[in-house]
Design a protein around this ligand. Structure first.
Ligand SMILES: NC(=O)c1ccc[n+]([C@@H]2O[C@H](COP(=O)([O-])OP(=O)(O)OC[C@H]3O[C@@H](n4cnc5c(N)ncnc54)[C@H](O)[C@@H]3O)[C@@H](O)[C@H]2O)c1
Length: 332
């Protein structure tokens, strides 16, 4: 039997503590080689793309494999639709039987935020109290939720190309968190003197310039997740400790993809993968002055780990609907 969970049901079960724990599990499994994860493949469309992401992971409380079908359509908000929407299927790797068929939109948003929180935990200065946001969309919101759980943030500055979006996020943060928050019409204000910076835009040109980044800053580069996208001046990467989520995905679609293709950055200049840092195989932040960059492309194992945790919560709470999609063949 497969447990069918709608977005509303998934959202009832999700919280950032669970997402952070699942992210730690996923990146730990990655660092220890307990994953099988081919790079995602892209279906290009006139106004965006779809990605098929699939893989398997051995978690501490079970093995799971599965598939995520997810889009990125940056003009969708103008039509009242989300830029990113997703569906996740979970299967039992032992007999292939479908375990769950769930909305993956909120899981994507929470697991992306949680990866940013995890990176900040290992790479940002422990006392980091200021956060700059470049891009005030859906992903920015879960980055805030996760980073506030791992660092003592007291001040947030927000920039977005569309002023009303920066203002809307400012008002939302004011309503939910006890931090000082301002919206800025200039991207520089969201970067200069910020101890943590998050970029979460679909930009194909650098938005953040080198001269704006202070020593000791940690940057979560979230937006670049397809070939040709970039948010940071490559000169920032040249002086930073760069930690990617996965080398194969990052080199063709992450923040490093354009500077690598242009010969501005060499593969040897990448410090390592977040999973290696999480298990202690490679160091995270080593001094208070270094600039660190987490290049996030988004991994299926993050979705599987959080999807699995949500599936278990749903079972405990008797949420969702059991369906037998192939009568007589998939009961366990
Ligand atoms: N790394 C990951 O795991 C991951 C996961 C999901 C989404 N993403 C990527 O993150 C990006 C944002 O996704 P989202 O769901 O938040 O989208 P969204 O449409 O909700 O938000 C994007 C925001 O960026 C703003 N923006 C666009 N260009 C800008 C620029 N040049 N400067 C400043 N602001 C700009 C838009 O006005 C919008 O408010 C996309 O590129 C998406 O593909 C990455």
């Amino acid at each position: 039997m497969s447990l069918v969970l709608t977005g509303a049901e998934v959202l009832q079960l999700l919280d950032m503590e669970l997402a952070l724990a699942a992210a730690e599990e996923a990146f730990c499994a990655y660092g220890e080689g307990r994953v099988n994860m081919p790079p995602k493949s892209y279906l290009k469309l006139p106004k965006g793309d779809f990605r098929a992401m699939y893989g398997a992971v051995c978690l501490t409380d079970g093995d799971v494999c599965g598939l995520k079908w997810v889009n990125v359509h940056p003009e969708n908000p103008q039509r009242g639709l989300a830029t990113v929407m997703a569906k996740i299927l979970l299967n039992d790797p032992d007999n292939a039987v479908e375990i769950a068929d769930m909305d993956g939109t909120y899981i994507t948003n929470f697991r992306t935020g949680a990866a940013g929180g995890l990176a900040a935990r290992y790479l940002a200065r422990p006392e980091a109290a200021s956060l700059g946001l470049v891009g005030a969309g859906v992903q920015a919101r879960t980055q805030v939720a996760a980073i506030l759980k791992v660092r003592p943030i007291r001040e947030i500055v927000i920039y977005d190309l569309i002023w009303a979006r920066a203002q809307a996020l400012r008002d939302e943060i004011r309503a939910h968190y006890r931090v000082r928050v301002t919206a800025s019409a200039e991207p520089e204000a969201a970067v200069r003197d910020q101890e943590i910076v998050v970029t979460a835009t679909p930009s194909k040109n650098p938005v953040v310039q080198q001269g704006w980044v202070s020593p000791g800053t940690h940057i979560n580069a979230i937006g670049a997740d397809a070939a040709g996208k970039q948010e940071l001046d490559p000169a920032i990467l040249k002086e930073a400790k760069i930690v990617v989520d996965d080398w194969t995905q990052a080199h063709h679609s992450g923040e490093i993809n354009v500077p690598l293709a242009q010969g501005l950055l060499r593969p040897e200049e990448i410090h390592g993968c977040l999973g290696e840092v999480v298990i202690g195989k490679k160091p995270g932040r080593e001094d208070s002055a270094e600039i660190t960059v987490f290049d996030s492309t988004g991994l299926i194992i993050q979705d599987l780990a959080l999807g699995w945790a949500i599936y278990q919560r749903a079972r405990e709470c008797h949420l969702g609907e059991e369906k037998e999609f192939i009568p007589g063949l998939t009961s366990r």
